[in-house]
Design a protein around this ligand. Structure first.
Ligand code: SDX
Length: 428
C-alpha cells in the first residue's frame, strides 16, 4: 500500500478503494468509482460555499489563517507594505517576480498612458441618478469597456491580455473618480500623467479650481499602502467570481465586472462600508457593551470581524491600524476610532469572539481612514475594487493558462420531486 493514498472502505458494499493523495488533497473525481452498483452515478463531495474545497492550484498568494500570514508570490505583506509601491506589487502579482527598474518604468509608463477612458463612457454616467451608488456605476462601466475593446476577446493572445491589463489597471481609478464626481455633480477631472498612480487618483477625485493638483504626500502614500494591502487574497468570493465567469472564456472586462459585483456584497468588500454604519449606530464607547450583547445573541454581526481563512489577526488590519494614525495626523482624528478600539478591546477578551476566532479583518479599520481622507462611505468598496483589479486579473490569467482548468460547472445533490405528470389548471 502506497503512503500517499487514502484507503476508503464503503461499508454499504464492503469494497475498499485506494485514492491518491497529492498536495494534501484527493481529487473529487476519484470518488466517482465508489458505487453501490453499475447504475450508480458514483460518489461526489458536498461542500456548500466551498468551505473545504480547493478549486484550483495557484502560485499567486499564500495565506496561513492560523498564523496570520499573507504573502504575494512569497513576499510577506508586511515587507511589501513597507518597501514596495502598489504598481510594483501589481507587477509582482501579475508576473511572479519583482520588476527590474527598466521593467517597472515600462510597466508604469503603459499604465499611466491607459488612464483615459472613451468619451462615450461619460454618457453612461449621465444616465445614473445623482445618488446612484458608485459601485453600481463602476460595475456597469467596467462591463461597458468590453464594448470598446473588441480585441479583448482574444484571451489566449498574451499581447492582448497585456494590453487589457494595462487598460483595466489604468482605467479603474478613472472610472471610479468619474463616478464619484458624478455623484457630487462636479465636473470630471481628467488624468494627470505627471502624477503617481494614487496621486493621479486623488487628483481626479479632489481637484477643484487649482491649475495643477498637488496631492498631499502623506495621503498619497497611505492610499498606496492600502492599495498594496488590498491587491489580492487568493480564492476569496470575488476572485472565485473572476475565475468562474472567466472560465466561460468571456473577455476580462465582463469577468472583472462580475468580480466587482461579488466584492460589493456586505459580507465581502462591502463590509468596510458596513463597519462605519455599525460604528455610527453604536454611537459612543459606552454603548459598545450593549451592541456586543446583540452580537453574542446572534442578532447582529460585528462587521469587520471574522474571516473564512484567518483564525488569527488579519495581518492587513494591523498595518491599516497603523496607517490610520498617520492619516489622522494630517486630516484630523476620526472620533469613531475610539468606538472601534473599544469593540476590538472587548472582542479580543470576550470568550464568544475568542472561541469563534473572530479577529479584526482588513475591513475593520480601512473605512476610518477613508472617511478621514474625505471619502463618502459609498466610495469605500470602490477603494477596495481598484487595487484588487490586479489580483483579479492575475487569478483570471492563471486560470486561462492552467491546463487542468475548464468551464466551471459544479454538481448538485438533487432533493426535489421524482417524475410527476402535468396537472391541468382546473384540476389543481
Ligand atoms: C473580506 O475571503 C477573503 O479573503 C475576503 C477578504 C479579501 O481580502 O478578499 O479578506 C475581504 O471580505 C473580509 C471579510 C469582510 N466581512 C465582514 O467583516 C462581515 C462580517 N464577517 C462575517 O460575515 C464572517 O466572518 C465572514 C463572512 C467574513 C466569514 O464567514 P464564514 O467563514 O462563513 O463564517 P460563518 O459565517 O460560518 O461564522 C462562523 C461563526 C458563526 O457562529 P456559529 O453559528 O458557529 O455559532 O462565527 C460567527 C457566526 O455567527 N461570526 C460572527 C461574525 N463572523 C462570523 N459573529 C459575529 N460577528 C461576525 N462578524
Amino acid at each position: 500500500m502506497s503512503q500517499n493514498t487514502l484507503t476508503i472502505t464503503d461499508n454499504r458494499t464492503g469494497k475498499s478503494y485506494e485514492i491518491p493523495i497529492k498536495n494534501g488533497t484527493i481529487r473529487a473525481l476519484d470518488l466517482r468509482q465508489i458505487k453501490l452498483d453499475e447504475n450508480d452515478f458514483g460518489m461526489m463531495t458536498y461542500d456548500p460555499a466551498f468551505t473545504n474545497t480547493a478549486s484550483c492550484t495557484s502560485k499567486i498568494t499564500f495565506i496561513d489563517g492560523d498564523r496570520g500570514i499573507l504573502m504575494y508570490r512569497g513576499y510577506p505583506i508586511e515587507e511589501l507594505a513597507e518597501k514596495s509601491t502598489y504598481l510594483e506589487t501589481a507587477y509582482l502579482i501579475l508576473h511572479g517576480e519583482l520588476p527590474t527598474r527598466a521593467q517597472l518604468d515600462d510597466w508604469t509608463w503603459h499604465i499611466t498612458h491607459h488612464t483615459f477612458i472613451h468619451e462615450s463612457i461619460k454618457k453612461f454616467l449621465d444616465g445614473f441618478h445623482y445618488d446612484a451608488h458608485p459601485m453600481g456605476m463602476l460595475i456597469s462601466t467596467v462591463a461597458a469597456l468590453s464594448t470598446f475593446y473588441k480585441d479583448a476577446k482574444d484571451i489566449f493572445n498574451a499581447d492582448s491580455r497585456r494590453k487589457q491589463t494595462y487598460r483595466l489597471i489604468g482605467k479603474m481609478p478613472t472610472l471610479s473618480a468619474f463616478a464619484y464626481r458624478h455623484s457630487l455633480g462636479m465636473p470630471l477631472v481628467y488624468p494627470d500623467n505627471d502624477l503617481s498612480y494614487t496621486g493621479n487618483f486623488l487628483n481626479m477625485l479632489f481637484k477643484t479650481t487649482e491649475v495643477k493638483y498637488k496631492p498631499n504626500p502623506t495621503l498619497e502614500h497611505a492610499l498606496d499602502v492600502l492599495f498594496i494591502l488590498h491587491a489580492d487574497h487568493e480564492q476569496n468570493c470575488s476572485a472565485n467570481a473572476m475565475r468562474s465567469v472567466g472560465s466561460s472564456h468571456v473577455d476580462p472586462y465582463c469577468a472583472t465586472a462580475a468580480a466587482t459585483a461579488a466584492l460589493y456584497g456586505p459580507l465581502h468588500g462591502g463590509a468596510n462600508e458596513e463597519v462605519l454604519h455599525m460604528l455610527r449606530e453604536i454611537g459612543s464607547v459606552k454603548n459598545v457593551p450593549e451592541y456586543i450583547k446583540h452580537v453574542k445573541a446572534k442578532e447582529k454581526l460585528l462587521m469587520g470581524f471574522g474571516h473564512r481563512v484567518y483564525k488569527n489577526y488579519d495581518p492587513r488590519a494591523k498595518i491599516i491600524k497603523r496607517i490610520a494614525y498617520e492619516v489622522f495626523e494630517v486630516m484630523g482624528r476620526n472620533p469613531l476610532i475610539d468606538i472601534a478600539l473599544e469593540c476590538e478591546r472587548i472582542a479580543l477578551e470576550d470568550d464568544y469572539f475568542v472561541s469563534h476566532k473572530l479577529y479584526p479583518n482588513v475591513d475593520f479599520y480601512s473605512g476610518l481612514i477613508y472617511e478621514a481622507m474625505g471619502f463618502p462611505i459609498s466610495m469605500f468598496t470602490v477603494l477596495f475594487a481598484i487595487p484588487r483589479t490586479a489580483g483579479w486579473i492575475a487569478q483570471w490569467q492563471e486560470l486561462l493558462l492552467d491546463a487542468e482548468q475548464k468551464i466551471s460547472r459544479p454538481r448538485q445533490v438533487y432533493l426535489g420531486y421524482d417524475k410527476r405528470s402535468y396537472i391541468p389548471i382546473d384540476h389543481r
